[in-house]
Design a protein around this ligand. Structure first.
Ligand SMILES: *Cc1c(COP(=O)(O)O)cnc(C)c1O
Length: 381
């Protein structure tokens, strides 16, 4: 089977895990050398919109996963009864977090070709109750983030960027995830780089990030060996009755090894994207994605084609799966999830959900694999 996503792990990751094992310290809470190193190295690879230089590591925090990061972002900015605008093509944890907070997710439309949200899709849904907007950068291509972040500043609405698709994407030289108040990275096994499970939160407000740091580690400010010797170091107090959503050093160490490879990963992904573009655009019965604008860098996380009829899309998916090529559609519209009881009608989202197919793209695909995918698609009709 040719997988749609796949982690690329090898000797470098095994070697660094060996170091963690030998150190006899797998990290606990956020105490671990590889957690610090991962944050430092990641921060150096990102350009902050505010300062136009590398992100400061003080603005970043490791977390157990991006889903929890979404919950923390909502906890930070949203009150019971508020409304939060979410493009319907989005990951389920975003709306779960809003509903969990007893606030209301208000789903909005997207561009039917890029599946990305634009300011014009958001504006009609803004009310006095809107406290936050959660956007994603679909497939790794930045959404209309410059206009959306300007708008949010004007209206005093908090902007949360789910950066799980777009870990190394940029707009005019600035990293996605740093345009809003908070940006959220995922390193689960299906993402561009992985730590097994894990995530990172970027927050412009360092005090708020500290609150999240304590909240996601039992409410502890300090304990154990981080307490001074002249006190009884096993005593502690809490600032918040929190649970525990930290990373560990095995994960962080894998992340350190993955960061060293990420530029190569992105080159391979770009190559696959361009090969698909040039070969699949010759097929009359499907549409390849829009060209990526010149001022933008993509993380090439997903590749999507669109077919004229829903039936054709479904049949092509089945045909490819029978031929050992796995495809899917991301993300099943949230306004269709019955649990939320949304009555909204979002025509572009519906078009996208019925006509789009995501096909395999990851850095372990060989040129032969990519040719096989292309030949199989060509042979469908
Ligand atoms: C994968 C993903 C998440 C969730 O990340 P986890 O680290 O698995 O919790 C959130 N949002 C988007 C857009 C994703 O693709």
């Amino acid at each position: 089977m040719i997988n749609i996503y796949q982690p690329s792990l090898g000797d470098e990751e095994l070697k660094i895990i060996e170091d963690v094992f030998k150190s006899n310290w797998l990290g606990y809470g956020r105490q671990g050398r590889y957690q610090d190193e991962f944050i430092k190295n990641l921060s150096n690879m990102l350009i902050d919109t505010d300062v136009n230089t590398s992100v400061s590591s003080d603005n970043l925090l490791t977390i157990s996963c991006c889903s929890e990061a979404l919950f923390q972002s909502v906890e930070s900015y949203v009150n019971e009864g508020d409304e939060v605008i979410i493009p319907s093509i989005n990951f389920v944890a975003a709306s779960n977090a809003v509903v969990h907070k007893k606030a209301k997710p208000v789903f909005c439309d997207v561009n039917p070709r890029t599946l990305n949200v634009e300011l014009k899709h958001i504006e009609p849904h803004v009310t006095d109750k809107t406290s936050a907007i959660i956007v994603i950068h679909y497939a790794g291509v930045p959404c209309d983030i410059e206009n959306i972040s300007e708008f949010c500043k004007e209206k005093n609405i908090k902007l949360i960027e789910d950066n799980a698709n777009s870990p190394f994407s940029k707009v005019n030289g600035k990293s996605t995830g740093t345009f809003g108040n908070m940006g959220l990275w995922s390193f689960d096994p299906m993402k561009v780089i992985t730590t097994g499970d894990g995530g990172v939160i970027y927050c412009k407000n360092k005090d708020l990030l500290k609150d999240i740091k304590y909240r996601t580690y039992l409410g502890l400010k300090s304990s154990g060996s981080s307490n001074p010797v002249d006190k009884k170091w096993w005593e502690f107090d809490i600032t918040f009755p929190g649970s525990k959503y930290t990373m560990n050093d095995i994960s962080a160490a894998i992340g350190v090894a993955q960061l060293k490879k990420v530029n190569d990963f992105l080159k391979i992904r770009k190559h696959i994207h361009e090969t698909y573009n040039s070969e699949l655009s010759k097929i009359s019965w499907l549409q390849t994605p829009n060209d990526i604008p010149n001022n933008v860098i993509s993380s090439y996380y997903m590749y999507h084609i669109q077919l004229e009829s829903e039936n054709d899309r479904n049949e092509l998916a089945k045909y490819l799966r029978k031929n050992d090529i796995y495809t899917t559609f991301r993300y099943y519209p949230l306004h269709w999830v019955k649990h939320y009881k949304s009555k909204q009608l979002l025509p572009n989202v519906e078009y996208a959900a019925n006509h789009t197919l995501n096909i395999p793209i990851h850095q372990s695909l060989s040129d032969d694999d990519v040719s096989l995918v292309i030949e199989n698609i060509k042979s469908y009709k």
